[in-house]
Ligand binder design. Structure first.
Ligand code: AKB
Length: 315
């Protein structure tokens, strides 16, 4: 990065807030502008510049880019699977129009580099669901997945047609003790740790054998920042990235190693159908080959880290 600054849009969300802290630690507090449609934590707002920004207005994004001499954008604002099913039009508006505006601003010469997150939600029932390849059938059945697939195609289009440097990964479910997720199908894998400590039990909205790809937050942030720093092949790819995969029963077993009395109950609801349309795990060999992607957290390490830190903040 040169003297210009980085703008994180959606800085108060689950991944956005931790991304801001990491980017500020690397590039300096004054070089990373956090923005969101609503105020964030005191830490996020006071350690550096914070701007209120509605990413569905191109003019508002441009104003902040000009004001802070922004050259890189991480566009993290999105409505994820469960919320997007409730508000399909709003989800499409936020997930796609914000992306189109940022890509247009890059095309108009305001930006040098863009990060845009995709998701395992681009896959659907017809996708091979074990070791899902990088390039395969993508017939998503959710509003969220449809918007992420369209977004990937828009990124590929802007890269091929205008040479825009846009980079992307397909995040699996992300787990962190610092920031809560909101409105996703994989959220159970965060809630379960909180409930294990507060109630000693958890009522899971997915069935015991629903296997999904998951990742600890530190790995997700590492993937994001190292992808942005890498020398990549010329063709756009939204990269599959894998760290671990497990079922509700397996995460419960790993919690029981530390909280022997912990119990889990299963009451699958409408979210089961969404989970059933997603892969169990993904083949991320292209990310490994193109930019040396390597995760550090498996299920056991994640459980130890989650419980240790949640215990500390609950004390
Ligand atoms: C969700 O559950 O909707 C998200 C995702 C997999 O992108 N966490």
């Amino acid at each position: 990065m040169n003297n210009n600054s980085i703008l994180v849009i959606g800085a108060c969300g689950q991944i956005g807030s931790e991304l801001v802290f990491k980017l500020r630690a690397i590039y300096g507090n004054d070089k990373v502008i956090a923005s969101d449609i609503k105020n964030g934590s005191d830490e996020l707002m006071q350690n550096g510049v914070f701007e209120i920004l509605d990413a569905t207005y191109k003019g508002a994004i441009l104003q902040i880019i000009k004001k802070h001499n922004v050259s890189e954008v991480y566009l993290m604002a999105a409505m994820v699977s469960v919320t997007a099913e409730k508000y399909p039009h709003n989800a499409w508006d936020l997930n796609i129009n914000s992306l189109l505006y940022v890509l247009e601003l890059a095309q108009e010469g305001y930006l040098k580099k863009v990060f845009w997150p995709s998701s395992i939600a681009v896959f659907g029932k017809t996708t091979p669901n074990i070791d899902t390849p990088q390039i395969t059938i993508t017939e998503p059945s959710t509003v969220y997945g449809i918007s992420k697939l369209a977004g990937e195609r828009w990124c590929a289009y802007y890269k091929a047609k205008y040479g825009i440097d846009v980079r992307s990964v397909r995040y699996p479910g992300i787990i962190s003790w610092k920031t809560p997720p909101g409105g996703g199908t994989t959220d159970y894998a965060v809630e379960i740790y909180h409930k294990a400590l507060s109630d000693g039990s958890y009522d899971c909205f997915l069935s015991e054998d629903t296997r999904l790809p998951m990742m600890y937050m530190d790995d997700a942030i590492d993937a994001t920042i190292s992808l942005m720093d890498a020398d990549l092949p010329n063709d756009f790819a939204s990269y599959n990235i894998s760290a671990t995969d497990f079922t509700p029963k397996e995460i419960a077993e790993s919690i029981k190693k530390q909280i022997p009395d912990f119990s889990i109950n299963y009451s699958p609801d409408f979210r089961q159908q969404i989970a059933d349309s997603w892969p169990e795990n993904m083949d991320d060999s292209q990310a490994k080959k193109d930019w040396n992607w390597k995760p550090n957290f498996d299920l056991e390490k994640m459980t130890e880290t989650m419980l240790e830190n949640l215990r500390l903040i609950k004390e």
